[in-house]
Design a protein around this ligand. Structure first.
Ligand code: SAM
Length: 210
């Protein structure tokens, strides 16, 4: 996966690559997809949701430019399988992850349970489009579901100097955007690539049943 999918596409961050070499992706897929765990595509989970393609997880991790020598507090919206949270935890960061669907909260908690480096991952059930103000502010925020725009509460909960990455656009196609809140509070937005995610459903995203 690292040699054929990540390095050739420009993933070069040392700690990101190390995490991909060591976090067992097969722990995070359903039994039916165990043999396909390392394939170059998203895979179905429960409740119509997906575990993202390895490259998408890697690029979203890399663009956050997390410190190598310091523990960052990272908010993830859309826990899904728990794989992205495990990658961040392996890199030595504290993770607060919010998932809307109770079935996936339980699935992710079970997946993370037996990995000793995941002690610093907290999973909460709720609408992550409002962020998770109880643990804010965050050094970095990563949204792993598609929103029409960047939810304002997430920008508020990001520290100065922090980065946020999120797929923005319609339900069929999005652009992965990275927002940086500069040290003087300015917002800089960079467009990374086109992508396709399941929708972020909530108060500051797509309405339910739309
Ligand atoms: N990061 C996940 C992983 O590593 O497996 C993949 C996430 S999956 C592509 C998107 C997830 O976002 C789904 O599990 C979905 O239920 C969740 N989601 C959608 N709307 C949400 C919301 N408002 N708050 C929290 N989670 C949400």
């Amino acid at each position: 996966m690292v040699e054929t999918q990540l390095l050739p596409r420009g993933i070069s961050d040392r700690k990101t690559l190390e995490a991909f070499r060591n976090v067992p992706r097969e722990f995070f897929v359903t039994d039916a997809y165990r043999d396909a765990a390392y394939e170059d595509r998203p895979l179905p989970l429960l409740c119509g949701q997906t575990i993202s393609q390895p490259y998408m997880v890697a690029i979203m991790t890399q663009v956050l430019k997390l410190p190598e020598d310091k523990k960052a507090l990272v908010l993830e919206i859309g826990t899904g399988s728990g794989y992205q949270a495990a990658i961040l935890a392996y890199m030595g960061h504290s993770v607060v992850s919010v998932e809307r669907l109770p079935e996936l909260v339980e699935f992710a908690r079970n997946n993370l349970e037996n990995l000793d480096f995941c002690g610093d991952v907290k999973i909460f059930q709720g609408d992550g489009s409002s962020g998770w103000p109880e643990c804010a502010p965050y050094d970095a925020i990563l949204v792993t579901a598609a929103a029409p725009d960047i939810p304002a509460p997430l920008i508020e909960q990001l520290k100065q100097g922090g980065r946020l990455t999120i797929p923005c656009g319609g339900k069929d196609m999005q652009t992965l955007k990275t927002l940086t809140k500069t040290d003087n509070g300015q917002l800089e937005i960079k467009e990374e690539l086109l992508c396709r995610f399941v929708p972020l459903i909530g108060k500051h995203a797509f309405p339910e049943g739309d």
